[in-house]
Design a protein around this ligand. Structure first.
Ligand code: SF4
Length: 78
């Protein structure tokens, strides 16, 4: 799955939502989240993010690794 990290916080540009072919990017209070079970790993969202907040899960920078967990927990709480 792809993961949205820190740069999205309080930005919520939503260009990624337009690109996602399976509509698996959802809006939270302060950032957007990718549903880990719905994402088909197409990568379309990554280059359109103006703040480079989106990463393939294995490529998420070390300081933002926790965002994978935040993504999963966001959907558990719904
Ligand atoms: Fe949507 Fe593709 Fe991005 Fe996954 S990688 S969130 S399917 S645009």
């Amino acid at each position: 799955t792809y993961v949205i990290a820190q740069p999205c916080v309080d930005v919520l540009d939503k260009a990624c939502i337009e690109e996602c072919p399976v509509d698996c990017i959802y809006e939270g209070n302060r950032m957007l989240y990718i549903h880990p079970d719905e994402c088909v790993d197409c990568g379309a969202c990554e280059p359109v993010c103006p703040v480079e907040a989106i990463f393939y899960e294995d490529d998420t920078p070390d300081q933002w690794k926790d965002f994978y967990k935040a993504n999963v927990e966001f959907f558990e709480d719904l």
